[in-house]
Design a protein around this ligand. Structure first.
Ligand code: CP
Length: 309
């Protein structure tokens, strides 16, 4: 197996190969062992400086990248757009070039505009890692989701994954589809017709508008949040109605023929897409996903920082 990724940046799962994903997982296996030791730190990225640029809110991704960087002994700087000169009108490129002139090697960026990480990769020298760009991709989320499925089931052969919820506005859905299809899983997307993009079948997924049938079919349900902040028009009558037809509750899960593993990238709208007695149950691996996020991000940072042949 190659010990180097095929790419200098992680802009999306679409742009990396199955071999890249396998290498990230094997590296993450080692880092997961490291972060469960009493001494969780390794010197791998000593003297590497990483800027975390967050132009959109985040809890999990920001903290997870920061912890991954610290566990690898990198130097880190954190930038939050709301407390920066972006508020005075500074452009993305000016912001990043100013930060890079302070000798930054890698940039982790979350931005509301799809393509912002690609734009940066085309204009600056540092390694760019997409931490979520608008409704486009969230590659490290898909990697940690797939890593968690692999940990639970051992492989992707014959594994049926349902992605349920607001598919239309979800970068997590798109990255998950690319990732799971490259790994050989079967994928169905499920949600109200208004929240399923037209022609999504062309990505090799099935479409369902019936949550019960979808849950009867799948081994794993990755349940997504309704992204009200990206919805300028009404896509369904009310959250109450959405929850009635597409929400997952204990009664529904108990009525299925077999047990489904429940995932969610967070943040959860409790009582909308998942009830608490599902989100906090033994069927849920939501907090394992978060734990795996640190090991997977350590693997991505470590592999991208390696000198390229
Ligand atoms: N899953 C995810 O991206 O969560 P945050 O928005 O909190 O980073």
């Amino acid at each position: 197996m190659e010990l180097q990724l095929s790419t200098k940046h992680l802009l999306g799962i679409k742009y990396i190969s199955k071999e890249d994903i396998d290498l990230i997982f094997e590296t993450a296996d080692n880092f997961k062992e490291v972060i469960n030791r009493p001494i969780k730190k390794v010197p791998s990225l000593r003297d590497v400086t990483i800027a975390n640029l967050f132009f959109e809110n985040s809890t999990r991704t920001r903290i997870s990248f920061e912890l991954a960087e610290k566990r690898l002994s990198a130097d880190t700087v954190n930038f939050s757009a709301s407390a920066s000169s972006v508020k005075k009108g500074e452009t993305l490129l000016d912001t990043v070039n100013n930060i890079l002139s302070m000798k930054v090697d890698m940039v982790v960026i979350r931005h509301p505009a799809p393509g912002a990480p690609t734009f940066l990769a085309n204009h600056i020298d540092a390694n760019i890692i997409n931490a979520g760009d608008g409704t486009h991709e969230h590659p490290t989320q898909a990697l940690l989701d797939a890593f968690s499925i692999r940990e639970h089931f051992g492989s992707f052969k014959g594994i049926k994954v349902a992605i349920i919820g607001d598919i239309l506005h979800s970068r997590v859905a798109l990255s998950n589809i690319f990732c799971l299809k490259k790994l050989g899983a079967e994928v169905t997307v499920c949600g109200p017709p208004t929240l399923i993009p037209k022609h999504i079948e062309s990505l090799g997924v099935a479409v369902s508008y019936n949550v019960r049938e979808t849950l009867e079919w799948c081994d794993v349900a990755n349940v997504l949040r309704i992204q009200l902040e990206r919805q300028e028009i009404k896509y369904f009558p009310s959250l109450r109605e959405y929850s009635q037809y597409f929400g997952i509750n204990r009664e529904l899960l108990n009525s299925l023929k077999s047990e489904v593993v429940i995932m969610h990238p967070g943040p959860i709208n409790r009582g909308v897409e998942l009830t608490s007695d599902v989100a906090d149950s033994d069927q849920s691996i939501i907090l394992e996903q978060v734990e795996n996020g640190v090991a997977v991000r350590m693997a991505v940072l470590y592999l991208l920082a390696a000198p390229r042949a």
